[in-house]
Design a protein around this ligand. Structure first.
Ligand code: NAP
Length: 285
């Protein structure tokens, strides 16, 4: 029986990245649907839960993706709401790679040093990856802050993280390099989660900071998020700090993403969201 993955995307087209990883993770056929919302997903879920019976059902699974984590969370909730009794299939949420990327990054940092009781600052922490990273730091017992160029965006992201994870996050407005340098002054950990090709921190603003012990950057396209941290860094010593770059984190992210897809086809009851994916990442890191 063929393993079918239904990729339900909140964006105007289904993600090519998620399609490729779905095949690499073990799906035999991936069917991508665009512009899927909590309101129009019903019939798509029906098609997955009413077609195969018993153990055969585990060969059908759902992946929720897209660029907007708020829309993704609403869609994922609507998918799960359709399930009842044995009429369910395994499902995973990973809008913009948020769960897998943040989980891989924070799990590598947790292996490299202590997070509990430490101050973690997620630069540009208002996107899908940054919001998940902030939540994972909080769940590890770190004191977390996120920055944004706009106070209202930082406030909204902090509220969303607290409401979903019960984690308190300090929202900081940091419009420019000087403000971001100030935001990381007392930090033990800096996690750069900015948009692709955006530099957030200059070398001079972290290299002689005695507090900072761990640095991570998930932006793989130059200019990189943290000047002086290379994309390939994976636990590299840089000025006495342990550094991870986007490709150093990306290897585990891809392994984790593929592993999650494989796991979807092991039962019809799997739910892979932040908590489950972070647990898997820690096991793999
Ligand atoms: P995103 O939503 O595109 O951007 C994150 C935040 O960056 C935005 O909310 C925005 O915050 C800030 N930003 C945008 N333009 C900026 C600018 N010119 N100056 C300063 N800040 C700016 O990002 P994402 O989807 O969460 O992804 C985060 C990063 O992870 C991206 O670089 C992405 O490419 C990368 N990624 C890496 C992997 C991997 O395996 N390494 C996998 C997936 C994603 P404000 O508007 O609030 O300031």
């Amino acid at each position: 029986m063929k393993k079918l993955l239904f990729l339900l995307d909140t964006d105007p087209y289904p993600s090519v990245f998620d399609t490729v990883v779905a095949y690499d993770g073990g799906a035999d056929r991936v069917a991508g649907y665009a512009n899927v919302t909590a309101d129009n997903v019903g019939a798509l879920v029906d098609g997955t839960i009413f077609t195969r019976g018993g153990k055969d059902k585990q060969n059908t699974a759902i992946f929720v993706g897209g660029g907007d984590i708020t829309k993704g969370e609403a869609l994922f909730a609507a998918v799960k709401k359709k399930f009842f009794g044995p009429f369910r299939v395994s499902a995973m949420l990973d809008s913009n790679g948020s769960n897998t990327t943040a989980a891989a990054g924070v799990a590598l940092l947790a292996k490299a040093g202590k997070l509990k009781g430490k101050k973690a600052v997620v630069l540009a922490g208002t996107g899908p990856v940054g919001m998940r990273a902030a939540a994972f730091f909080g769940q590890e017992g770190a004191e977390v802050a996120i920055t944004s160029r706009a106070q209202t965006r930082a406030d909204n992201a902090a509220k969303a993280i607290e409401s979903r994870f019960g984690v308190k996050v300090k929202p900081i407005e940091a419009k420019d390099d000087a403000a971001r340098a100030k935001a990381v002054k007392d930090a033990d950990i800096v996690f750069a989660a900015g948009a692709i090709g955006v530099q957030l921190l200059k070398t001079q603003d972290w290299q002689s900071n005695a507090n900072i012990a761990l640095l991570a950057d998930v932006n793989a396209q130059p200019p990189l998020g943290i000047e002086g941290v290379e994309a390939t860094d994976k636990g590299k010593d840089r000025h006495g700090k342990t550094a991870f770059g986007a490709l150093g984190i990306g290897g585990l992210k891809l392994k984790l993403h593929r592993g999650c897809i494989g796991q979807l086809f092991e039962s019809s009851e799997g739910v892979l969201d932040a908590e489950e994916i972070y647990k898997l990442a820690k096991g793999m890191a």
